[in-house]
Design a protein around this ligand. Structure first.
Ligand SMILES: Cc1cc2nc3c(=O)[nH]c(=O)nc-3n(C[C@H](O)[C@H](O)[C@H](O)COP(=O)(O)OP(=O)(O)OC[C@H]3O[C@@H](n4cnc5c(N)ncnc54)[C@H](O)[C@@H]3O)c2cc1C
Length: 409
């Protein structure tokens, strides 16, 4: 791939703040009109998704900075996109069986030769092959390219959506259990009644930059008359739970407390944990978990870099020595860290439904055996927003308006 096309994705808070400021200066004012276009370099969109995924930046910070520069009307489309992330997070948190079913499906589905060829960028439809290679080589794809490629996989190639979603999760640096799984389900037609998303040649002709498309025109005729893959019917998923309530940080043990830092929230200095007085910071890099999920080398490097950045900022904030460690087993790493530092309790930001949450039962049991308690805390605004993800996005947008006006808290 042409190196000019590689996309720089923020992996530290400073990089994310710079990207935000450049984006607001150069592209945000035109975002509503230009965001759907797939252009080399992707300068028309923010490329902040790695920052929101790891909470190098908070959604509320991004929206506040945007509002300082633009009127609410001018920036509404961008703000809505920012809030889609929490909407999906809440939607999955209220229906966690969708995630469990997806993980179970993955364990029984097999990659056949065709799936392997398509994911390697050898389908014969040059534009789709370009996107597959772009994903592997940069860890990023534009939203429209994600929609087209997912639709190509499901409705043209007729491959199982779960394997396509897994391919994305392995490579996307912003890979997020909720946004990814639920977007794939939406493309497949499982998520919204009567709707599946079909990739069409005419849509590519409208939105892909002309030179890029003409260099990748081979095989486009396969996208001329798409029809939905059979057997993918809308599934009713009433919300079956509530967003788990977290503990009050004020009630945490004052003595012998350590903080577990993980890649789902790397902004501890601006979190409900900021006022605590921990004895130690534990930042295990969960190598085995990443291996189990087949994360690409690029993704592991990115997550390590972001974890180091969050840990070093937390070290400065809490005035503690900090550094990341390698963990073959997360539970064991936390137990060892607790023993080495004389901890009787560990607190962390509560992970969202996804791979880390799946680890919690094993982790809690390992800690209990070592007489160490685990406490999970969530930002109030996350809980408040996610509880409102009961139906469609625009209802959620309405129901969160008072909350959004109050932010940043
Ligand atoms: C099949 C498929 C899989 C996807 N998988 C992921 C994923 O694993 N992780 C992920 O963060 N996004 C995912 N998305 C959503 C979206 O494509 C990316 O968030 C967006 O392309 C990131 O690029 P950006 O930061 O330049 O976006 P911008 O257009 O600049 O948007 C700003 C921010 O809004 C949020 N956002 C924008 N669109 C969406 C959306 N549709 N859903 C949720 N959040 C959104 C992101 O945090 C993004 O950084 C997926 C979409 C599809 C169709």
């Amino acid at each position: 791939m042409d190196p000019e096309r590689s996309v720089f994705l923020p992996a530290t808070r400073d990089e994310a703040l710079n990207r935000l400021s450049d984006f607001l200066e150069e592209s945000a004012g035109k975002y509503a009109d230009t965001r759907n276009h797939v252009l080399p370099g992707h300068g028309n969109v923010s490329r902040l998704s790695t920052a929101t995924r790891t909470r190098l930046l908070l959604e509320s910070e991004i929206c506040e900075a945007a509002r300082e520069k633009f009127s609410a009307g001018k920036i509404e489309k961008f703000e809505q996109e920012i809030w889609w992330r929490l909407y999906w997070k809440g939607w999955l948190e209220l229906r966690p069986s969708i995630w469990t079913d997806y993980i179970n499906d993955l364990s029984r589905l097999e990659w056949n030769d065709r799936a392997t060829e398509v994911a390697a960028g050898r389908s014969g439809v040059a534009m789709m092959d370009h996107f597959a290679k772009e994903l592997i080589e940069t860890g990023y794809l534009h939203n429209h390219a994600r929609m087209w490629w997912a639709s190509f996989w499901i409705h043209i190639e007729r491959l199982p959506w779960q394997l396509g979603a897994d391919f994305f999760q392995r490579h996307l640096l912003d890979g997020d259990a909720a946004s990814n799984t639920l977007s794939w389900r939406w493309v497949a037609g499982l998520q919204t009644r009567g709707k599946s998303y079909l990739v069409r040649r005419s849509n590519l002709e409208r939105y892909v930059e002309a030179d890029l498309l003409s260099a990748n025109s081979q095989g486009l005729s396969r996208l001329e008359n798409p029809s939905p893959a059979p057997g993918l019917d809308f599934e009713e998923h009433p919300n079956c739970g509530s967003v788990p309530l977290c503990e009050d940080p004020a009630l945490l043990p004052a003595e012998g407390l350590g903080i577990w830092i993980h890649d789902e929230d790397l902004l501890l200095e601006k979190s409900p944990l900021a006022g605590l007085h921990p004895k130690a910071l534990l930042a295990p890099r969960p190598r085995t978990l990443w291996e189990q999920h087949n994360y690409s080398d690029r993704k592991r490097e990115f997550l390590t870099h972001a974890l180091s950045d969050g840990t070093s900022r937390a070290g400065s904030h809490f005035d503690l020595v900090s550094g990341i460690s390698n963990a073959d087993d997360l539970g064991e790493a936390l137990v060892t860290g607790a023993k080495e530092n004389g901890l009787s309790a560990i607190v962390a930001m509560q992970p969202f439904t996804g791979p880390l949450t799946d680890e919690l039962p094993r982790l809690t049991s390992a800690l209990e055996k070592a007489d160490v308690s685990l406490h999970l805390i969530r930002r109030d605004e996350d809980t408040e927003a996610m509880q409102r993800a009961t139906a469609g996005f625009f209802g959620f947008w309405k129901k969160t308006s008072a909350l959004r006006e109050r932010l940043p808290l």
